[in-house]
Design a protein around this ligand. Structure first.
Ligand code: ZN
Ligand code: ZN
Length: 357
């Protein structure tokens, strides 16, 4: 899948004649071609799309990039030269660039050497990427299914004496085994008192009887990310652990219930936060309810207290409230939902009733 045409349609709205894509995420979204790092430039003009890359990627680009003129850089004929040739050919005056991604050094080179004006236009891509089309949704669901298969199996490995790191390694293996290209991020596996650190790093701590184990993980499949969190108990739970768990679950369901197109990120977050606050845990839920998920693991839009904008139909966001009691334990439950006009679809199917292993 590529999104060259969708980008082209928006050029007028941003008062630009062409869009220059240099960051990996936007280049992938635009072209459907997964190359790495800073190689490669996609250049979408009103009447032609170009994909410029170097020798290392040219064979793969020729096979995978559709609907674009593909050219290879050569010694003395780098990206600036290729871009300037296209600028001249199409009489381009203003180019949109990714102000939120481009480094200052890159910007200085393009500003000095390209024969046109550079206009900040990250927003064009951010807004397009916010609304997922049918192909993207199908891919996001497939990525989610892989993570869920890994989850089902990891339950066999969670027991007293196993380290957090071993579980993280096994989750990584299982997701790759079931078809993932890579991880969306390094899996978070935290247990017992470590669970109060929402983004703790899995370490040598062994799982003990009476621990909560929180696993936050996801994989990349065909360039799109999955993201999910489950917290399970080992052996037994205290009354307070149970209360915290049930509160997080109720909060998550309330947020999901509130989530639909046309509702603000703030209001979705508040639906969940109010429940946690009412139970007296308000100050122990220090992050937002959710973030957009797509080509990047964190992208627009957000379901957070500061996000007053309305979320559009087709937005894909996480639903991940938590309670973190420092030095004691933590709970987080995370699904991924797709916003519709009349509600939302939860694409995460794994059960989330309290599981005691
Ligand atoms: Zn997550
Ligand atoms: Zn997340």
């Amino acid at each position: 899948m590529n999104h060259f045409a969708a980008i082209r349609e928006k050029l007028n709205d941003y008062g630009i004649d062409a869009m220059l894509l240099t960051c990996a995420a936007n280049r992938y979204y635009a072209s459907g071609f997964a190359s790495t790092g800073t190689d490669g430039v996609a250049f979408i003009t009103r009447d032609q799309t170009y994909y410029f890359t170097d020798f290392r990627y040219i064979e793969a680009a020729n096979a995978q990039v559709k609907d674009a003129v593909i050219e290879m850089t050569k010694s003395g004929r780098g990206y600036v030269t290729l871009l300037n040739e296209a600028i001249e050919k199409h009489h381009i005056k203003r180019i949109g660039f990714e102000d939120a991604y481009m480094t200052v050094a890159e910007y200085n080179i393009y500003r000095d050497k390209l024969n046109c004006e550079l206009v900040p236009a990250t927003d064009l891509l951010t807004r397009l990427r916010m609304v997922k089309d049918a192909d993207e949704l199908e891919t996001l669901v497939a990525a989610q299914r892989i993570a869920e298969r890994a989850l089902e199996e990891i339950y066999n490995d969670i027991r007293v004496g196993v380290t957090e790191k071993e579980i993280a390694a096994r989750l990584t293996y299982l997701m790759l085994h079931y078809g993932a290209e890579n991880m969306s991020f390094d899996p978070i596996v935290v247990s017992g008192a470590n669970g109060s650190m929402p983004h703790g790093v899995p370490g040598e701590k062994t799982i003990a009887d009476g621990d909560f184990v929180t696993m936050d993980f996801g994989c990349i499949y065909r360039g799109y990310c999955s993201d999910m969190t489950r917290t399970v108990a080992v052996g037994h739970v205290t009354e307070e652990m149970n209360r915290a768990y049930q509160t997080v679950l109720r909060a998550q369901l309330a947020g999901i219930e509130r989530a639909k197109a046309g509702v603000s990120g703030h209001d979705i977050d508040a639906a969940a936060r109010d429940i946690i606050t009412a139970e007296g845990y308000g100050k122990y839920f220090g992050h937002s309810f959710g973030h957009g998920v797509g080509v990047e693991i964190h992208e627009a839009p957000n379901a957070s207290p500061n996000y007053k904008g309305m979320l559009p139909a087709g937005a894909v966001i996480s639903a991940e409230p938590g309670i973190y009691l420092p030095g004691r334990f933590g709970v987080r439950i995370e699904d991924v939902i797709v916003l519709r006009e009349d509600g939302c679809d939860n694409i995460t199917k794994a059960p989330k009733e309290l599981l005691i292993l």
